[in-house]
Design a protein around this ligand. Sequence first.
Ligand code: SF4
Length: 308
Amino acid sequence: MSVIFGPIDSRRFGRSLGVDLSALSKQCNLDCIYCELEPSRPVSKQDLVVEVDLIILELKEALCRYSDIDEITLTANGEPTLYPDLNLLIDRINLIKGDTKTLILTNSTTLNSPDVYNALLKLDRVKLSLDAVSKEVFKKVDRPLNNIEISNIIDAIKRFAQEFRGDLFMEILFVKDINDAPDEIARLNQVLQNIPCKRIDIGTIDRPPAYRVQRVEYEELVKIAEQFDSSLAINIATRKPSKQLQQSFSSREIVQTLKRRPLTADDIEILFDEPSQARVQELIAKEIVAVSNSTGVAFFTVVKSLDK
Ligand code: SF4
């Protein structure tokens, strides 16, 4: 058994070494309808625990073997914050990581536990999932243990977002006909406006899920993205569509579209035909459109009126 995997190259987070905090079996407090792991009964704690010493030993070896690592990603075959020695583990990683960034990918459900909350404050980057706001939809999509309340999770996320000094990312996974209705998106939009974060990744099922549910097509994700407030950095993070979606846009249409929602480089490549992409470059040259990389993804926004 190895708890370290990778390195994996990601455009958004660089070259990353993964640490699997549930390497012995799936241990999760949710049973998400879209999970890419095998379905399993949710649990509130880990019974099979890998020792901190072993993780640190393997991590040290991997950091020596690969000198060009940008990030150490805490993840799990399940939910990483169920790892009982998370606080100690993060302290020990911080002692050996040097300039390498630390990131955790969590389903957010344990953030209202003071131990988890305080441990996560010591990381460089945190990515929190939030798939629903209403109790009913949360139960349908994430299938939690009975004592997990979405309202408590959202309160904890809001507090954490105010206090955390690192980079906070949010993630929503949409499942067709489960959490993609306009009223649920409106609730997510409202909540997210009170959660200061660097970027919100919205995605869908990319690999065979645990249950018989369907992905949301790319065009639908574009429509979903448009339902969020234009102040939110919404990034469509899913595999590129196989069919041709490119259309022609005039310079005025490009400006109007970007005013409604800033687009990423991927959006522009997927949705705009070549002449329209050239028009985007002209708008950049005229300083009407600007490109910002502050979220870790290139976002195109309007900074000056077309008529000035
Ligand atoms: S939180 Fe992650 S590991 Fe747990 S059930 Fe959901 S998708 Fe699977």
